[in-house]
Design a protein around this ligand. Structure first.
Ligand code: ADP
Ligand code: 5GP
Length: 211
């Protein structure tokens, strides 16, 4: 039966594990689409333009905002980040779910937009702040200064936890991933995400009448 695509927003303090969970989710269901954001930050080792992010200059980014090509945008850690609108609208038309790895500001903007009814939002918490620090360092991608900045911002990000539909404490990765897919499977079954149900029930009623 046809299904309406949903918008799965994952937010967390940096290092709590949302990129890891997102990557796994894309492998779990090949029909899901990752929303590739635009950013003015420099690529990290191994990141590719168009895969993790569209890496853009400030001027290019501003031009996208001015042309109303961003569904939401925000300043995070001194850089601009934003969600290009076109791919998200195309995914919805095609009945595909879109996954967003965005911060609380982006989450708020999409929830408050015309697409708000299609949003399922999940906040990912670390099991402890000590573990968050360990994970940021273990990732080995940022300097001490950048890590300190991200840790300082974590408290602010965490303060928005109650704005989300679901909260996952990412202790054991496999267990957290299992909870994530449980949420997704249940949300996909919501009545308003199955536009074909009315016709299906009409068919059942016709069958009653012809018995
Ligand atoms: P975020 O996208 O939230 O900034 P990442 O997904 O990059 O975080 O995860 C940060 C680091 O923590 C990575 O090295 C990742 O492999 C590791 N990590 C993620 N989830 C877990 C977990 N449940 N247990 C242990 N390490 C984890
Ligand atoms: P990072 O630089 O570590 O990839 O991301 C830093 C933060 O920016 C993360 O919290 C991430 O979720 C957020 N982010 C990434 N893309 C977007 C976006 O398009 N919009 C918003 N609002 N935040 C984003």
């Amino acid at each position: 039966m046809a299904r309406k695509g949903l918008l799965l927003i994952l937010s967390s303090p940096s290092g709590a594990g949302k990129s890891t969970l997102t990557r796994r989710l894309m492998g779990w269901d090949a029909t899901m689409r990752f929303s590739v954001s635009a950013t003015t930050r420099a690529p990290r080792p191994g990141e590719e333009d168009g895969r993790e992010y569209f890496f853009r200059s400030r001027a290019e980014f501003e031009a996208m905002v001015d042309a109303d090509q961003m569904l939401e945008h925000a300043e995070v850690f001194g850089n601009r980040y934003g969600t290009p609108r076109g791919p998200v609208e195309a995914n919805m038309r095609e009945g595909c779910d879109t996954v967003f790895d965005i911060d609380w500001q982006g989450g708020q903007q999409i929830r408050n937009s015309a697409l708000g009814r299609d949003v399922v939002s999940i906040f990912v918490l670390p099991p402890s702040i000590a573990e968050l620090d360990r994970r940021l360092r273990g990732r080995g991608q940022d300097s001490d200064e950048v890590i300190a900045g991200r840790m300082a911002k974590s408290r602010d990000e965490i303060s928005h936890w109650a704005e989300y539909d679901y909260v996952l404490v990412n202790d054991d990765l496999d267990a957290t991933f299992a909870r994530l897919t449980t949420i997704l499977e249940a949300e996909r079954l919501r009545r308003d995400r199955q536009p074909g149900l009315s016709d299906f029930v009409r068919g059942l009623n016709r069958e009653f009448e012809t018995r």
